[in-house]
Write a protein that binds this ligand. Structure first.
Ligand code: ADP
Length: 259
């Protein structure tokens, strides 16, 4: 398994470039001029207090939410300017570039593990079923869940469900993996397996944006950390530097509360 394009970033445009992204829900301005850049094969961790806008950033990145303004460019190939209502085709192209792993797994409860994994590749991407099944089984084997192919989500632990959630994202062969607090719904003893899997994916060169409150994990896995508060990126930088020596008072207070 490998990302669609694992080649190094240096001479290429960033995989993800976000400029001035804005989003309000009614009168509530949730994102205010968010700028982000993620090069191929790099991992960006978003940290910040609850309600600061981290999930909304992810949801805008894969078109689950429509931003009110700003631009998203993917791999220098797809460019969307949200100042105008983007055409449906572009939005669906944006959705195709990334895959999301959700906090609460969001597996289809009435489908088996295998059916959950092949739903996207077969149902949405229209890939041949036999190929999708073979790839799904290889991915499930890889995460130690090959024997659960015919189980239903309710028969699995939270950690197993989340590994299925990750396999389901990988099966879409996205350019960008988005993780929304992937371990925060798990019992503590189940967190480790999921974090280990995400670290492996990072080592393999997948490009990822990860919302997490696991600061130690962010320090280990991310190439860059951004601290989000009140819908803005307050500061961003090298994880070791930012987590140990934050520059801004708001970051200091947030980290102080967690550490
Ligand atoms: P975080 O992920 O940092 O906890 P969110 O992005 O989930 O923050 O939420 C940011 C703000 O946007 C919160 O005030 C939340 O209530 C609001 N919000 C998020 N989604 C919606 C929505 N669909 N409708 C209205 N308000 C929303």
């Amino acid at each position: 398994m490998s990302p669609t394009d694992p080649s190094p970033a240096k001479t290429q445009p960033p995989l993800l470039a976000v400029r001035g992204l804005r989003k309000s829900f009614g009168a509530n301005r949730v994102l205010d001029s968010i700028d982000l850049t993620v090069d191929r094969g790099r991992v960006l961790a978003l940290i910040g207090p609850s309600g600061s806008g981290k999930t909304t950033i992810l949801r805008c990145l894969n078109g689950l939410e429509l931003a009110d303004g700003g631009t998203i460019d993917v791999a220098g190939e797809l460019s969307i300017d949200f100042a105008q209502a983007p055409p449906k085709k572009r939005l669906s192209a944006l959705r195709d570039r990334s895959a999301m792993v959700f906090q609460h797994y969001n597996l289809f409860p009435h489908k088996t593990v295998l059916e959950n994994v092949i739903e996207g590749p077969v149902g949405v991407q229209k890939r041949p079923r036999a190929d999708a099944v073979a790839e799904a089984l290889a991915l499930l084997d890889r995460v130690g869940l090959g024997d659960k192919r015919d189980s239903y989500p309710f028969e699995l632990s939270g950690g197993q469900q989340q590994r299925v959630g990750i396999v389901r994202a990988l099966a879409l062969k996205p350019q960008l993996l988005l993780f929304d607090e992937p371990t925060s719904a798990l019992d503590p003893e189940l967190v480790g397996d999921v974090l280990r899997l995400i670290k492996e994916l990072a080592r393999e060169g997948w490009t990822m944006v990860i919302v997490t409150h696991e600061l130690e994990f962010a320090r280990e896995v991310a190439h860059e950390v951004a601290f989000v508060d009140g819908g803005v990126i307050v500061e961003r930088g090298d994880p070791k530097q930012l987590l140990r020596h934050p520059q801004h008072e708001r970051t200091k207070q947030f980290l102080h509360r967690l550490l």
